[in-house]
Design a protein around this ligand. Structure first.
Ligand code: KIV
Ligand code: ZN
Length: 517
């Protein structure tokens, strides 16, 4: 390892990841993900875009107060008010970074910013200097670098390094680049910029052509020493480079990569599940590293080979990314201590006795319905209860559903709604879930449009809990909701209510890549 250099892993699940339509997270959810990322030992956590909304500001503040071992970063356009706000949100962090950016491609400068290239350079220099008044750790991104002119990039980057930027991030904002060309871009920049040795070069690749990880790795081969990525590849449009794929490629092919990461890769599956559970974005079964089938061997020839020697068909060990460590089973005879210990191992710490008692009661209720409680069940149980605790606006009090051959399904739902108290509605539907959603709407009258409804089983077997994701849209705002229960109609109602609650709490948020004013 001595002759290798460290590759800095910069996670932007909480910022770019949250820009996936519907992936908005509450402050508490962001803090939970940040703790999991800290346990994974990522170097930098981009916690949000503080000027975007009060909610984003509060989330960055909370992450900054909580995380001790990773650098906490806040995004800021190249504007004084953004930089000041980011610095304010980060002021409690153990170690902080301000990440400021401005677009440099001809199309962005002309059509979006309506600025001349010289003005862009001036604004970039000014912003880096302003950020340096608050911290030594300043990152600068020329947005849409992947479509920017090379000479112009060299000019602006040289100047922002002189102004004090210590990390230069090269974003392929629209996922337009291909690996060989993107690698050359990094090589050219590092060779041509006279003060390139004063900064770390980073990359931030989007996945519009499915090349985000390949482009990032090509850049690493050509001198990049920071990769920006997200858990499960979450992010704007087709997403960002998936952290788990970048990190495991560098680890598994350490024979060819000139660098190493310091991540505890055994935490990867845990983080993936947490992010998927919170955002309601399921992980496809054949997804590399974290998909349910990533280490499953279906064909007899493969199974036989693996039994004889694992390396015949496996290039990584499942336990190295955290698969096998997650199989411990609890049941109705498990005590409070085993429950609390397992939750702690899963990264969930319940501090108050009252919360622990409530969680343990829910665990016992579940164990009465379900023989074996797996880690996935525990995570769903805790997620479910936190959702309920976080969002007080609408709560499910009770529901009754009738479903009979030859009869129209009917649902009676009782909800507690802020300022209205308890309300009841009875509705018919084409199925029990449809009837339940109609009854909820009859009470809440949100007018939201259902964009997606999906059910999956959390574990195996018919006694498994159903995990339901619901995506709602209203006035252009999209939110995801999740719910789990051994009864999938109840899980569906919980998911719908969770989405409604998120819709209410989601404040108007600025998009970072909107116009620069
Ligand atoms: O994709 C992008 O260009 C970004 C920047 C803000 C780094 O997310
Ligand atoms: Zn991005």
């Amino acid at each position: 390892m001595q002759d290798k250099e460290k590759l800095i892993v910069f996670d932007t699940t909480l910022r770019d990841g949250e820009q996936s339509p519907g992936a908005s997270m509450t402050c508490d959810e962001k803090v939970r993900i940040a703790k999991a990322l800290e346990k994974l030992q990522v170097d930098v956590i981009e916690a949000g875009f503080p000027v975007a909304s009060q909610g984003d500001f509060d989330a960055v503040t909370s992450v900054a107060k909580t995380v001790k071992d990773s650098v906490v970063c806040g995004l800021a356009r190249a504007l004084d008010k953004d930089i000041d706000r980011a610095s304010e949100a980060l002021k409690h962090a153990n170690a902080s970074r301000i990440h400021t950016f401005i677009a440099t491609s001809p199309i962005h400068m002309k059509m979006k910013l309506r600025m001349e290239p010289d003005q862009v350079v001036e604004q970039a220099i000014h912003s880096v200097k302003r950020a340096r008044n608050y911290t030594d750790n300043v990152e600068f991104s020329p947005e849409d670098a992947g479509r920017s002119d090379l000479d112009f990039l060299c000019q602006i980057i040289e100047k922002v390094i002189d102004a004090g930027a210590s990390t230069i991030n090269i974003p392929d904002t629209v996922g337009y680049n291909v690996p060989i060309q993107f690698g050359h871009l990094l090589k050219n920049l590092i060779e041509r910029i006279p003060n390139a040795d004063k900064a770390i070069f980073s990359v931030h690749c989007h996945n519009d052509l499915g090349l985000a990880v390949a482009n990032s790795l090509s850049a690493v081969m050509n001198g990049a020493r920071q990769v920006e990525c997200t858990i499960n590849g979450l992010g704007e449009r087709a997403g960002n480079a998936a952290l788990e794929e970048v990190v495991m490629a560098v680890k598994t092919r350490n024979d060819i990569f000139p660098c190493y990461t310091e991540l505890d890769t055994t935490q990867i599956v845990q983080c993936s599940r947490l992010v998927s559970g919170i955002t309601g974005f399921p992980v496809q079964p054949n997804k590399a590293i974290v998909g349910a089938n990533a280490f499953a061997h279906e064909s007899g020839i493969h199974q036989d080979g693996v039994l004889k020697n694992r390396e015949t068909y496996e290039i990584m060990r499942a336990e190295d990314v955290g698969w096998s460590a997650n199989r411990m089973v609890l049941g109705k005879h498990s005590g409070r201590n085993a429950f609390k210990t397992r939750l702690h191992e899963l990264g969930v710490t319940i501090t108050s006795e009252e919360d622990l008692n409530a969680a343990f009661t829910r665990f016992k209720d579940l164990a009465d319905k379900k023989h074996e409680i797996f880690d996935e069940d525990l995570q769903a149980l805790v997620t479910d209860s936190r959702l309920a605790a976080d969002n007080e606006c609408v709560k499910l009090i009770s529901m009754k559903v009738c479903s009979e051959t030859g009869e129209t399904p009917k649902a009676k739902v009782v909800l507690w709604v802020n300022e209205k108290g308890e309300n009841e509605a009875v509705c018919l539907g084409s199925g029990p879930v449809d009837a339940a959603f109609k009854a909820i709407e009859e009470i809440v009258k949100s007018g939201a449009k259902l964009l997606l409804y999906s059910v999956s089983n959390i574990t195996k077997g018919t006694d498994s809990q159903g995990d339901v994701s619901v995506r709602l849209e209203r006035d252009g705002k999209i939110v995801n909701g999740n719910g789990s229960d051994t009864d999938i109609v109840i899980a569906s109602a919980k998911a719908y209510i969770n989405a409604l609650n998120k819709m209410v709490v989601q404040a108007d948020k600025k998009h970072p890549q909107g116009s620069n004013v």
